[in-house]
Write a protein that binds this ligand. Structure first.
Ligand SMILES: [Zn+2]
Length: 257
């Protein structure tokens, strides 16, 4: 996959992936609404498409944006069938939704890679490290695996190894409270200095261009801490890409009517 593709083509690619998954029509239930016989039923597919911004991924930031938040691209609103599918994938064991969500994340990733400074880094020979935000030990125990790492690998599948390299170089350094239910300020304090570059990845990160990936941008606290950890590990450039962004806090940074 090249790095310069017009926005509408990116969105079409994501929608095609969603449709292809529906075509499998295996005996299943809809990951979004639970309807029988389809992984994602037609109304939920249509709703998921409607959650993706028609003009492609955009830079998003919570309002107010926390200090240290890297430039972050998202493909749509955390809403409706998209939000339910993200939750089903992460917390309800619906790992069969990885291709769809991976494709949407890839679209965000590609948008970020097309912007400076990462675009310059790619022109100079790349690759860019694609770094999933680390999963807390408690969440990893509860889920039995690390769905975000798998999603980061899936999102990188359409790129060449000269362009991107998915690497889980961050790890939690201490126990944190569950972020759900905490205010933005509490989330920031909860996460402060909670992540670090893995010892064996220090050489890889020093001087590297990195793009953090996460499923949802909410308050930005997770990306702020992950970016801090990468920069303190010597990363030269840090950007971020997520599948979607919450609307209550996040807004497109470009002015819109
Ligand atoms: Zn459904």
């Amino acid at each position: 996959m090249g790095v310069v593709v017009p926005w509408p083509a990116l969105v079409l690619r994501a929608v095609a992936a969603v449709s292809a998954l529906a075509d499998l029509a295996l005996p299943m239930s809809c990951a979004s609404c639970g309807a029988a016989d389809e992984r994602l039923c037609p109304p939920c597919l249509a709703d998921m498409r409607a959650c993706l911004w028609a003009d492609g991924p955009r830079p998003v930031a919570p309002n107010p944006a926390p200090t240290g938040l890297p430039v972050t691209f998202s493909a749509g609103r955390y809403d409706g069938a998209l939000s339910r599918t993200v939750s089903a994938y992460k917390d309800d064991g619906r790992r069969d939704c990885r291709p769809v969500l991976g494709e949407i994340l890839a679209v965000s990733l590609q948008a970020a890679l097309g912007q400076p400074p990462l675009a310059h880094h790619l022109r100079d020979g790349g690759p860019v490290l694609v770094v999933p935000v680390p999963t807390s030990r408690a969440a990893r125990r509860r889920r039995g695996d690390a769905p975000l790492e798998a999603l980061a690998r899936a999102a990188c599948a359409g790129f060449t190894t000269a362009e991107v390299r998915p690497v889980a170089v961050l790890r939690p350094r201490r126990r944190v409270e569950d972020q759900a239910g905490l205010s933005a300020a509490r989330r920031a304090v909860n996460l402060e200095h909670s992540m670090q570059v893995r010892g064996r990845s220090e050489m890889l990160v020093a001087g590297a261009a990195c793009i953090l990936v996460d499923d949802v941008l909410t308050t930005g606290a997770t990306l702020v801490e992950a970016a801090r950890a990468l920069r303190s590990g010597g990363a030269r450039e840090v950007m971020a890409a997520t599948i979607c962004a919450t609307q209550r806090r996040a807004r497109a940074s470009a002015a819109r009517p």
